[in-house]
Design a binder for this molecule. Structure first.
Ligand code: BGC
Length: 434
């Protein structure tokens, strides 16, 4: 049961600007909150107040031995009006990155993580072709301002989740239900990623740096028929896999057309990732065009199946396209009482280690509890507990377990026996069905 981390694998933590920072009301998720869509009424302009408390959070990371941090920047804060940039906000992020580096924590910077500036949202965001130039203008500015400090970038987080939640299911901003718009947005985001990849390399190259690494974070799942004897379930499985996942894996990586995604205009086919970035949480039991969970499967507090071997399956799926290093840029679980997160961590990281795949990084989602989009603050994914009334941070048992795993470079028999055998729950999932 014990295992050692391979030498090449580094452990870190992840977060996204809107989910932790607070203090910004000029973005699409604040507007969504104002419209009353957040289930528990949590206000994303408060979140964990990380914008003011970043030194506190960095000190906790340092204490836990964390050497890698995937962090986001809030576009709405940096470009409050189209083409108008906020120097103070840029210097805030410079200070945050410098502070992390002083503590020996290496940043991986996410440029877009679900949230848009209000002005961009109001003009139709990625539904319009002009969004590509607008996003690239923002990327250019960020790399000019932070490029001397940051060598590793995620261009866009989970285009498939952004597009399907916002434009197919209509449960996220902008709240539309159109398959045509979903794929239009995915096409434009593909162009954004590829052009940003090229631009970041070019700008940092001009600055004299040769260590640039760029990817996009792909939300990946395992798809399996809920009832293997049911022909409809069996037919929908490869279709869903293609539409939600594999068309994106191929088009974003290579720039080639992969139905229903088109070739990116004006870009030659190539290799547009320096690493495969995977966000992995769960498996989908397919029974139509929605999400489902296998009967009797272990689930987390949001009803998502816990399926550790899926992290390896998804990694192999991307490695079959190109032999790049794997960065698991998100993996974690909603466990409000922190009762099974140690076991979850153990099983997913062990599966990666046992696979012997070239996994260079594993970033746990997430560092502190945070604003979990539609669910609000009440769905807790953190290694560190946040008391939202006082903004007090307390390392959870799973946080101490992760700390120990980093210090020991693995899990010992004693750690396993003490923390990794808690039973999972098997209650049913509420699915987003069409
Ligand atoms: C997103 C995160 C989110 C997490 C848990 C991922 O899809 O990138 O922002 O909090 O899942 O739901």
């Amino acid at each position: 049961m014990p295992f050692d981390l391979p030498e090449h694998m580094q452990l870190g933590v992840a977060a996204a600007a809107t989910q932790i920072e607070g203090g910004n009301q000029q973005n699409s998720w604040y507007e969504w909150y104002q419209k009353g869509h957040i289930k528990d009424g949590s206000d994303p302009s408060v979140a964990t107040n990380h914008y003011a408390l970043y030194e506190t959070d960095a000190a906790l990371m340092k204490k836990m031995g964390i050497g890698h941090y995937r962090l986001g920047i809030e576009w709405a804060r940096l470009e409050p009006k189209r083409g108008v940039y906020d120097d103070e906000a840029f210097s805030h992020y410079r200070n945050e990155v410098l502070h992390l580096q002083k503590l020996g924590i290496k940043p991986l910077l996410t440029l877009h993580h679900f949230t848009n500036p209000l002005w961009f949202e109001q003009m139709g965001a990625f539904e319009n072709a002009v969004s590509i130039d607008i996003f690239i203008g923002f990327v250019r500015k960020v790399v000019k301002e932070l490029g001397d400090l940051v060598s590793e970038y995620i261009t866009i987080n989970e285009p498939n989740v952004y597009a399907t939640s916002g434009l197919f299911f209509g449960i996220w901003p902008p709240g539309k239900k159109s398959i045509r718009l979903t794929f239009r947005v995915l096409n434009h985001m593909c162009a954004c990623h590829i052009k940003a990849f090229k631009l970041i390399h070019q700008l940092r190259g001009d600055m004299g740096y040769a260590d640039t690494k760029v990817g996009y974070a792909h939300h990946m799942r395992v798809f399996a028929p809920k009832n293997p004897k049911n022909i409809w379930h069996r037919l929908c499985t490869p279709l869903l896999h293609r539409l939600f996942q594999s068309c994106i894996s191929r088009a974003y990586l290579t720039g080639k057309a992969c139905f229903p995604l088109k070739r990116v205009k004006g870009v030659d086919a190539g290799l547009y990732c320096d690493f495969h970035a995977i966000n992995y949480y769960s498996r989908t039991a397919v029974h139509g065009f929605g999400d489902g969970v296998m009967d009797g499967a272990p689930v987390n507090d949001l009803g998502w199946e816990i399926y550790p071997q899926g992290i390896v399956q998804c990694s192999k799926e991307l490695l079959a396209l190109a032999p790049l290093p794997i960065y698991v840029t998100e993996n974690g679980t909603c466990d409000n009482t922190d009762s099974f997160r140690c076991r979850y961590l153990y099983e997913h990281i062990k599966a990666l280690c046992d696979s012997r795949l070239p996994v260079a990084r594993y970033y746990h989602w997430c560092f502190t509890d945070n604003f979990e989009w539609l669910e609000g603050n009440s769905a807790r994914f953190g290694l560190v507990h946040v008391d939202y009334a006082t903004q007090q941070r307390t390392i959870k048992q799973s946080g101490r377990f992760y700390q120990q795993m980093i210090a020991q470079r693995g899990v010992t028999q004693q750690m396993y026996e003490a923390h990794c055998t808690t039973p999972y729950s098997i209650k049913q999932k509420k699915a987003y069905d069409v």
